[in-house]
Ligand binder design. Sequence first.
Ligand SMILES: NC(=O)c1ccc[n+]([C@@H]2O[C@H](COP(=O)([O-])OP(=O)(O)OC[C@H]3O[C@@H](n4cnc5c(N)ncnc54)[C@H](OP(=O)(O)O)[C@@H]3O)[C@@H](O)[C@H]2O)c1
Length: 229
Amino acid sequence: MKIQDATVLITGANRGIGKSFAEEALARGARKVYAAARDPRTVTTPGVEPVRLDITDPAAIAELAERLTDVDILVNNAGVALSTSIIDDDLETIRREMEVNYYGPLQVSRAFAPTLTAREGHLLIVNSALSWAVIPGTAPYAATKAASWMLANALRLELAPKVGVTSLHVGYVDTDMAAGVTGEKVPPAEVAREAFDGIEKGAMEVLVDGTSRQVKAALSLDPSALYGS
Ligand SMILES: NC(=O)c1ccc[n+]([C@@H]2O[C@H](COP(=O)([O-])OP(=O)(O)OC[C@H]3O[C@@H](n4cnc5c(N)ncnc54)[C@H](OP(=O)(O)O)[C@@H]3O)[C@@H](O)[C@H]2O)c1
């Protein structure tokens, strides 16, 4: 599906990868870009239409889906990284992370499914190399992104043939979320470019970097390839 002349809704579009999505959609000639944020006053990209959306608020999701009936492309980008250990972190924090990263895109996708189906549109979920492997300090987050990867597969099955679904995977990206990480990080603008290239080609998955490609390939090996013997 072409981005040019399409109407695009991006969650978490005020900063990080979401802001780059908004800029890239405009650069590709999108007709309209709805930049959703918990606080729309934090959306600073010229040319977009800020809209309020907390992806864990079912009433707000329903109200937005009822109002924005012109959305062709939904980018489920908003997410959090709150906890580091399945054992040591409190359960409420771990549940909260699943609420945002799994139930968030699930609820938004369900709400917009009728519009996307009517318009034969496209849906993307921003996932991670951590959908496919866990490294120390990322365990609860990785579980949310594994669930969200399967959510993308499930949506593809249930929304076919009218709606295309893309799952995007990437290692570390240079945003606030990975501020504490040293080492190589992908620029968020590159993630947005690869994502929209994938949508334009109808790709089921977009693997942005070497990390995501290596981790996915390792899934076909014995688990010791990822987790030691
Ligand atoms: N950075 C990485 O290394 C990396 C790697 C792979 C995948 N990802 C994924 O990429 C996506 C974007 O992350 P990022 O790196 O751009 O992180 P970020 O800079 O921390 O931005 C996160 C965005 O999500 C929004 N958000 C959080 N909770 C929300 C909620 N309940 N409702 C609506 N919006 C909410 C934030 O809004 P506020 O400004 O209101 O907090 C912000 O706009 C996430 O799904 C993340 O898991 C990131």
